[in-house]
Design a protein around this ligand. Structure first.
Ligand SMILES: Cc1ncc(C[n+]2csc(CCOP(=O)(O)OP(=O)(O)O)c2C)c(N)n1
Length: 339
């Protein structure tokens, strides 16, 4: 299937909008617990999920929102699920990490590595019940050290299962730098098991699309699984509210110069009242957090990358974005107004 950049952008933009709204709702306290966003992964999702056909399945990790949206799951039911409401996708029982839709053959899990066995199971069923259909397995680099994922990759090769294994490599597993606990190159593990493996820039939707297209054709023809290693960055860190401690441990040079004196002056004994000073300290830390986030994501945003390509048709682009913003806002308003 040929890539349609506008269709990809529409899906990526809608997902980003939805997750920006989820962030606001989460901050307001209407969603409890941790919140893991798929923001930063949109090109990987669009380049794979938008190529799926009826009968194809997908196993998603704790960042399943963009894939669910791009597969056509109702955003109203997703947000209501996140809010723990009975009219949510899973009647409010799953939350954002444990989503399931039988109609879309889609299941997510917060258990790291669990998408390997789930996708292998989907693929086994697909081969028997819906020949020619496939299953996608999404997981992070952290999952590549999980036994059950490696076992299912091995079995998928041995049984020639129609699976595409997609490793979204953000380099980090919460606060652990993957390189510090991982031997060798990830693609070599897949190659060693006997499946083709390709490493790509996961912020480039076209590269993802082309690679996924080859893997999907191969799987549909009954030739077995493949492995895609796609790099990405999560601008928010591991979860919403992540203080990006790891960035503080590897400070950006500029920030290091500015942060110290700013904090020192904010807590200086003389001058304004303690209340004012603690207020300004909060402003300083928020600013530092934002700077860290911006620098951390700079040049690694799949959405801005595709947007630059489409900007030559600026009128069309802005019209589309406005329509999608309004559409998203209407869904959010409806979800927040419902009881
Ligand atoms: C089996 C298992 N071990 C540990 C955890 C705790 N945990 C949750 S997310 C995470 C890191 C996952 O890193 P990665 O797979 O790279 O995904 P990312 O969050 O970076 O997208 C860990 C260790 C878990 N949920 N499941």
């Amino acid at each position: 299937m040929e890539i349609n950049h506008w269709h990809c952008y529409e899906n990526m933009f809608s997902s980003r909008q939805f997750e920006a709204s989820v962030t606001t709702v989460w901050r307001s306290g209407k969603i409890s617990g941790e919140m893991h966003l798929s923001t930063g992964e949109e090109a990987i999702t669009a380049g794979t999920v938008l190529q799926l056909q009826a009968g194809d399945a997908m196993a998603l990790d704790h960042r399943g929102t963009s894939a669910m949206l791009m597969r056509g799951v109702d955003p109203f039911r997703l947000l209501r699920e996140f809010m723990g409401k009975s009219d949510g996708l899973c009647h409010g029982q799953g939350g954002h990490m444990h989503l399931f839709s039988k109609r879309h053959l889609a299941a997510s899990s917060g258990i790291v590595g669990a998408t390997g066995p789930a996708a292998a199971g989907f693929a086994l069923a697909n081969r028997a019940l819906r020949p020619g259909s496939v299953a996608l397995a999404f997981f992070g680099d952290g999952a590549m050290n999980q036994g059950m994922l490696l076992e299912s990759m091995n079995l998928a090769v041995a049984w020639r299962l129609p699976v595409v294994f997609i490793c979204k490599d953000s380099k980090w597993a919460i606060t652990t730098l993957s390189a510090s606990v991982t031997g060798g190159k990830l693609v070599n593990r897949a190659i060693g098991m006997g499946m083709p493996a390709t490493s790509i820039d996961g912020t480039d939707v076209e590269a993802v699309w082309k690679t996924a297209s080859k893997s999907l054709i191969r799987a549909r023809k009954g030739k077995g699984p493949s492995f895609i290693h796609a790099t990405c960055t999560h601008p928010e860190g591991h979860f919403l509210g992540d203080p990006l401690l790891r960035i503080a441990r590897h400070p950006v040079k500029e920030m290091k110069k500015v942060a110290g004196p700013m904090i020192k002056s904010a807590i200086h004994l003389q001058g304004a009242s303690i209340l004012k000073r603690s207020g300004s300290l909060a402003t300083v830390t928020t600013l530092i957090g934002k700077t860290a986030r911006d620098q951390h994501f700079s040049g690694k945003d799949p959405l801005s990358r595709l947007r630059r390509q489409l900007k030559k048709e600026n009128g069309r682009l802005e019209k589309l974005e406005n329509e999608l913003i309004n559409k998203n806002q209407a869904v959010i308003n409806r979800a927040l107004a419902a009881r």
